[in-house]
Design a binder for this molecule. Structure first.
Ligand code: GLN
Length: 352
């Protein structure tokens, strides 16, 4: 059972005082606002950090050789609120490659540039129920009925970023990430080289999506740009700021810049909820209710819409490819802060 929502009560009270009880009584204002106020954030982060610091489950990704070398003990949590406050614990300075979390922000770029319908018609917004780099999932519906957050859909999404040359397309992609993070991000050259040398499976996926005509031309360029976008280095604060920009309807709450129109944000969050943790997305959604996205570099972001974005970096992954500490820490923090947008208390009966 949730306790009464303090912030919601405060908001209703303000309305009652400000513009009269008639309006205040009828408005279900802020029923999704968290019961836990800002003072609860630091203790929640510290508790989750301490609880999972010693956890030894999971394993770094090693199918990209450079990822196997990252320190498995690297562990940091950052939370950024929609009013731009940044809370951190642990190592939030060390950087890892963003990997699949990048898919969310390239999707944002494409939604902004071409809109929802072409993306939905070309790939779909549905769960595949398969691993992130599944070829069976492509074959099942000839590259449809999937989503921009699995490799096939992501490579197609990257191919839909507009630009005449590879450089022009790249500048749009990295420019979008920079705006979400609020600083200039850079490619991790070692990870890029390592993945480019071993991404034959993604090349095959790109060619297959070209054969099914979801990629219009130059599939290998799309795969290369996708590989580059996955190699962008980020720390936990960057990732939390990116997530908080989504929590704040597309406006970066730290820089104040509108990065994407707010009308696209519900689509992005819906796809994250559907497919952000691959074949474990349903389990995650039932656990936390939060749209989220993982990367095999060890990053995990989650969004409590209207409240905050959170990120954990911790490289050891479970079998589905999701950070073990990341999932547990975010679930705990969100529970402590009432972050689940589906968790609402029953409304008080209407009064006459
Ligand atoms: N670059 C990685 C790949 O394509 C990203 C996968 C991931 O983070 N799940 O395999």
């Amino acid at each position: 059972m949730q306790s009464p929502k303090k912030w919601a009560l405060a908001a209703s009270a303000a309305i009652v005082v400000g513009i009269g009880a008639v309006i205040g009584a009828g408005v279900a204002l802020g029923r999704n606002q968290p019961a836990a106020g800002p003072d609860a954030i630091t203790p929640a982060l510290n508790a989750a950090y301490d609880k999972y610091k010693g956890l030894k489950e999971g394993k770094n990704a090693d199918y990209i050789p450079a990822l196997a070398k990252v320190d498995p003990d690297l562990y940091g949590i950052a939370l950024v609120t929609v009013d731009g406050k940044v809370y951190t614990v642990g190592d939030v300075k060390s950087e890892v490659s963003i990997q699949s979390i990048s898919k969310v922000f390239t999707m944002a770029r494409v939604l902004q540039d071409v809109g929802e319908v072409p993306l939905r018609d070309n790939i779909g917004f549905d769960a595949t129920g398969q691993a992130f780099n599944s070829i069976v999932a492509i074959e099942q519906y000839k590259g449809k009925e999937m989503n921009p957050l699995v490799n096939a859909g992501a490579i197609v999404t990257t191919s839909m970023v507009r630009g005449k040359t590879a450089d022009e397309i790249w500048n749009k992609i990295i420019g979008t990430y920079d705006a979400f993070a609020g600083r200039a991000l850079k490619v991790n050259a070692e990870v890029y080289k390592s993945e480019a040398a071993t991404n034959q499976r993604n090349q095959a996926i790109g060619m297959l999506m070209y054969a099914y005509e979801h990629i219009k031309d130059n599939p290998l360029q799309a795969v290369d740009l996708y590989t580059r976008q996955c190699s962008v280095n980020v720390n936990a604060v960057d990732l939390a700021t990116m997530a908080a920009t989504l929590a704040n309807g597309g406006k970066n709450p730290v820089t104040g810049k509108v990065v994407i129109e707010s009308s696209h944000v519900p689509t992005i969050l819906a796809v994250m909820a559907t497919a952000g943790l691959y074949d474990d997305s349903g389990k995650w959604l039932a656990w936390t209710g939060l749209p989220a996205k993982s990367g095999v570099g060890g990053g995990l972001i989650a969004v409590s819409p209207g409240n905050w974005g959170i990120a954990v970096i911790s490289p050891p992954l479970d079998k589905a490819g999701n950070s073990v500490r990341g999932q547990r820490a975010i679930a705990d923090v969100s529970k402590a802060l009432d972050g689940n947008p589906y968790a609402v208390s029953p409304a008080a009966p209407a009064t006459k």
